[in-house]
Design a protein around this ligand. Structure first.
Ligand code: SAH
Length: 244
């Protein structure tokens, strides 16, 4: 029997074209280290620079009354990589597969991301400043909508394998060298210590690494700062910090 909604005569696949409304500047210059969901990192701020034909004063009028926003964006770094219909979510330790639509995978049939962020407001250049971002620097933004508490939050929602808060936060310690370099950095980026702690305490390593002995020296780039760190016992130990 044919599917009741099947429109046999007409083309049932359609394509749509979207434009970017702007790009976002964030501290994350590479995918490694970015939190897996936006709210996990309230210290990471992003600045949306609007396209030249958009007047932010008009297009954002009234937005200042909303504390949180939905940001739709393109996973632009993944566009070439395609997608698979099953994925291994990090929350399942990378061992179990679920369908792409049961996941927040960044490899999707349409590479669209959706994040709830805090609204800080327009700055003096009429860029929109937001906090709690999980977006790569220079990500194209395709839409902004106000977060509406009564409609968007569901008190008794059940979240499958993603139920409950993510795994325990890791402790972060610094070598004396790294710590002294960090202090000078705070002149340029006052929130840097907080940002770095947030990034490392959520253990950015691939999920399977946390279960085995791991002596690797990892490197993560935030703004123009390269951070080298290693796991010692169960602590993330920052070895060195270098500004490029
Ligand atoms: N909250 C969003 C994104 C969750 S995934 C959603 O659910 O749709 C967050 C991950 O997206 C980050 O860890 C980072 O690795 C990846 N990411 C962020 N911006 C990206 C971009 N422009 N291209 C590809 N991957 C990106």
């Amino acid at each position: 029997m044919p599917h009741p909604n099947k429109n046999s005569g007409k083309k049932n696949a359609e394509t749509f074209e979207f434009r970017s409304i702007g790009v976002i500047a964030t501290p994350f210059k590479q995918k490694f280290g970015i939190p897996r969901q936006s709210q996990a990192l309230s210290t990471a701020t992003g600045i949306i620079q609007f396209a030249s034909d958009i007047n932010p004063i008009n297009a954002c009028r009234g937005l200042e009354a909303f504390s949180h926003l939905w940001i739709s964006f393109i996973f632009h770094e993944n566009i070439q990589s395609g997608w698979k219909d099953t994925v291994r979510p990090p929350r399942l330790g990378g061992n179990e597969k679920v369908g792409v639509f049961a996941s927040r995978s960044t490899y999707r049939p349409n590479p669209i991301g959706l994040s709830v962020v805090k609204n800080i407001g327009l700055n003096e250049y009429n860029d929109l400043v937001i906090a709690g971002v999980d977006l790569l620097d220079q990500t194209p933004i395709i839409d902004i909508k106000p977060y509406i508490h009564y409609a968007d939050s569901v008190n008794d929602a059940i979240s499958g394998y993603a139920e409950g808060a993510p795994a325990m936060k890791m402790q972060v310690n610094y070598s004396p060298l790294a710590y002294s370099k960090l202090q000078t950095l705070l002149n340029t980026y006052p929130d840097f210590e907080c940002l770095l702690n947030n990034v490392l305490e959520q253990d950015p390593r691939p999920a399977y690494k946390s279960a085995m002995k791991d002596e690797k020296i990892y490197s993560v780039l935030l703004h123009n700062v390269d951070i080298k760190w290693q796991v010692r016992d169960t602590i993330n130990y920052v070895l060195d910090i270098e500004t490029h």
